[in-house]
Design a protein around this ligand. Structure first.
Ligand SMILES: CC(C)(COP(=O)(O)OP(=O)(O)OC[C@H]1O[C@@H](n2cnc3c(N)ncnc32)[C@H](O)[C@@H]1OP(=O)(O)O)[C@@H](O)C(=O)NCCC(=O)NCCS
Length: 179
């Protein structure tokens, strides 16, 4: 059966996903994911400001064909990075895209000189907490009622960045999704 569609060498179409820096032209698609992902989505103005005025900001997207399927961003100030946003199209979740976006942000934070990375996540957002724990983040504190839209607490998570040996995303642009 080798080499046939039924055999172990069968080749199925596996979509390729590219990671690249976010551009203003991505914002229509980014905002569609944003509004489907968060109770209080960021506005277009907020993204435009991040991309054009915030010199500490760095944003990337994951792209499959011409479609934006996820994005993430952070601020890097001195030796500290802060993840501000990460989201994946609801139709494309649980395929490793969030993990690749996060790994890329961590690698770039290291490149920019960060030695630690922080973020806040809703206590109710178990999926995101699992994602961050899987990449070495640890819960370090709680901000009670931090999210005013739902009253949810924020869990503050921190990761200390190691040396180059801990890079994870290297060589993974693009990567192939396994369906
Ligand atoms: C959190 C989010 C970005 C994860 O993206 P994703 O592409 O689905 O994540 P991945 O497929 O890369 O999953 C990586 C790991 O995260 C964890 N994870 C992801 N979704 C999960 C879920 N629904 N339940 C439990 N764990 C989950 C798992 O540990 C997973 O590893 P595994 O697949 O080997 O078990 C996505 O669910 C999302 O966009 N959520 C809405 C926006 C959001 O909450 N952003 C975070 C704000 S702090």
């Amino acid at each position: 059966m080798e080499g046939t569609r039924e055999g172990p060498q069968a080749s199925y179409a596996r979509p390729e996903v590219y990671l690249r820096e976010m551009r203003l032209g991505d914002l229509d698609q980014v905002l569609q994911i944003e509004t489907r992902s968060f109770p209080t989505p960021w506005s277009r103005k907020a993204f435009v400001s991040e991309l054009t005025r915030n010199r500490y900001a760095y944003y990337i997207i994951a792209q499959m064909d011409d479609r934006v399927v996820g994005y993430g961003g952070m601020w890097v100030i001195g030796d500290e990075a802060h993840i501000t946003n990460i989201a994946v199209d609801p139709e494309c979740r649980r395929r490793g895209i969030g993990k690749r976006l996060l790994q890329e942000l961590l690698d770039r934070a290291r490149d920019f000189g960060a030695r630690s990375v922080t973020l806040e996540v809703r206590r109710s957002n178990v999926a995101a907490q699992r994602l961050y724990e899987g990449q070495g983040f640890e819960a370090r504190g709680v901000r009670k009622g931090y999210y005013t839209d739902t009253g949810d607490d924020a869990i503050v998570m921190v990761k200390t960045l190691g040396g180059d040996d801990q890079r994870q995303g290297i060589g993974r642009w693009p990567f192939t999704l396994w369906e």
